[in-house]
Design a binder for this molecule. Structure first.
Ligand code: RB5
Length: 147
């Protein structure tokens, strides 16, 4: 799986840690920016990564801003995106098992470089459980269609 990555300045440093981790593990990624710690608006990156996933170019992605919250709100405006802002193992595991989250959002000012590697691994390795959860994810998409 090739991961789509993105961050604003608040998530830049943590994204560099994630990149180091992915490279060490030989996991492919495409970095949609930002590429420097200079201030940028997180909805721009959220939209770009969200669209690349929604159109099927990438299966899953990781977005990082200061809290993980703003960038998840923005990414969730793209149809087909289920972006989950998580900073603990339990939430990451269950957002994959039950919500089939296709973007993990992290807070660069919330989680540290050690824990983030484990959260990223869990997000990549955990598969959607389907069954009754597929019905629920379908209902989420019905809301999306209603607008
Ligand atoms: C930028 O300062 C900060 O607002 C942003 O990274 C993020 O935390 C927004 O939710």
């Amino acid at each position: 799986m090739v991961l789509a990555l993105g961050s604003d300045h608040g998530g830049f440093e943590l994204k560099q840690e994630i990149i180091k981790h992915l490279e060490k593990k030989g996991i492919e990624y495409k970095d949609f920016g930002c590429y420097t710690p200079e201030s940028i608006d997180y909805p721009i990156v959220a939209k770009e990564v969200g669209k690349a996933i929604a159109n099927g170019e990438y299966e899953r992605g990781i977005l990082v801003c200061g809290t993980g919250v703003g960038i998840s709100i923005a990414a969730n405006k793209v149809k087909g995106i289920r972006a989950a802002c998580c900073d603990d193992h339990f939430s990451v595991k269950y957002t994959r098992l039950h919500n089939d989250a296709n973007i993990l959002c992290l807070g660069g000012r919330v989680v540290g470089p050690g824990v983030v590697c484990e959260l990223v691994d869990l997000f990549i390795e955990t598969e959607f459980e389907g069954g009754r959860h597929a019905r629920r994810v379908g209902l989420i998409h019905e809301i999306e269609q209603e607008g």
